[in-house]
Design a protein around this ligand. Structure first.
Ligand code: NAP
Length: 333
């Protein structure tokens, strides 16, 4: 296979500016790792948009192939753990950051990055979820350690985004009374279809006068945006409630007093889906394949081909993304 050519969406840097281009690559261009995977699907995440815009905190060197998610078939393996023909899911670690990622038709990765696809759903389902679904799963898993379904309403921020919409769907699936916070109230029908009991306009919360502690409102919060908005929402979590934090589209600062923690006993869970162990990833994927399986998500995800990626990347970068986008490499069925 060493002379095989394949296509990839590459990010190129010229004079400090970044642009994308579909280029032909050779398998020899891929790093020397244990497992060669023919990628059938990838998916788009906020981090891919950052990489495509040259954010050096994500990708240090260009040209580069983004794509932090990949699902496909093992073609070659130097590890006894995996055999050609096995279907695998690869997310996180360095994939798509500084290791060529799922926006190429092939990846070559360490065996420790590969999770064998669980049996009940196909690769497309797992890429509809992707890192966003894994992160939603990890968030709900943590939240449910503290908050039960009958404790009261759970708020999800950034609810039309990737992590947000899948958190809404999963919480609803598990019987939580889920409230979706969004700037896109005109898409309330989509959020209702995912299982949100009600939809709240983000501007309501943004405009609320801020105090050291605010009215106890939410039994739980799955936050995907961070910044000033999450700092304020933390003050509205009910006594003995919990919040999870995973994202930073609204900012990286968390401004808080100790009051939510010492006067209301609030628990704050940090969520990382990138560097956690493969066993933890497998555990969440297996749950999403079985008792947490989400119903048909076709209405939520659009399939795109390589040529359509730049447009979707721009939508995600500008916070305009609705639901999920799955990249289907075109030489697949
Ligand atoms: N910790 C981890 O392991 C991990 C894993 C995956 C993702 N993340 C992070 O989680 C965040 C969300 O990722 P994603 O893939 O779901 O992104 P996404 O699809 O782009 O969704 C983000 C959503 O946040 C809302 N939003 C955008 N700008 C905002 C702003 N300035 N203030 C408040 N809300 C805003 C929008 O939803 P509405 O219009 O509905 O409000 C937007 O659709 C990102 O920061 C990403 O890096 C972290």
């Amino acid at each position: 296979m060493s002379d095989s050519k394949f296509r990839a969406l590459r990010v190129l840097e010229k004079g400090g500016y970044f642009h994308t281009e579909i280029q032909e690559q050779s398998l020899d261009d891929l790093p020397d790792n244990d497992v060669l995977v023919k990628v059938k699907y990838s998916s788009l995440n906020f981090k891919d948009a950052l990489s495509a815009h040259g954010h050096k905190g994500v990708t240090r060197q260009f040209p580069h192939t983004p794509g932090i998610d990949a699902a496909g078939v093992v073609v070659e393996s130097r590890s006894p753990e995996l055999k050609p023909g096995q279907e695998v899911i690869v997310t996180g670690y360095d994939l798509g950051m500084n290791t060529p990622g799922g926006f190429g038709e092939y990846i070559r990765v360490p065996v420790e990055w590969c999770v064998v696809k669980p049996p009940n759903h196909d690769l497309h389902y797992f890429m509809t979820l992707g890192t966003a679904g894994l992160t939603a799963g990890l968030s709900v898993d943590r939240l449910s350690q503290t908050v039960a379904a009958d404790d009261g309403e759970v708020l999800v921020t950034g609810s039309t985004g990737g992590v947000g919409c899948l958190a809404v769907a999963l919480l609803a699936r598990l019987g939580y009374d889920t409230v979706a916070l969004t700037s896109k109230v005109d898409h309330s029908d989509l959020l209702a279809k995912l299982g949100a009991r009600r939809v709240l306009d983000r501007s309501h919360l943004e405009e609320m006068p801020e105090k050291a502690l605010m009215k106890e409102t939410w039994a739980g919060v799955v936050d995907t945006v961070g910044g000033a908005l999450f700092s304020k929402i933390l003050k509205t979590v009910k006594h003995s409630g919990a919040a999870t934090t995973c994202g930073m589209v609204a900012g990286t600062e968390l401004t808080t007093s100790i009051f939510p923690f010492i006067l209301r006993g609030v628990t704050l869970y940090g969520i990382d889906s990138v560097e956690i162990s493969r066993e933890r990833k497998r555990h969440i994927w297996e749950k999403l394949d079985s008792d947490w399986a989400l119903p048909d998500l076709k209405f939520l995800a659009q399939d795109v081909v390589l040529e359509e990626l730049p447009g979707v990347i721009e939508k995600i970068y500008c916070g305009k993304m609705l639901g999920r986008a799955v990249l289907r490499h075109i030489d697949q069925e």
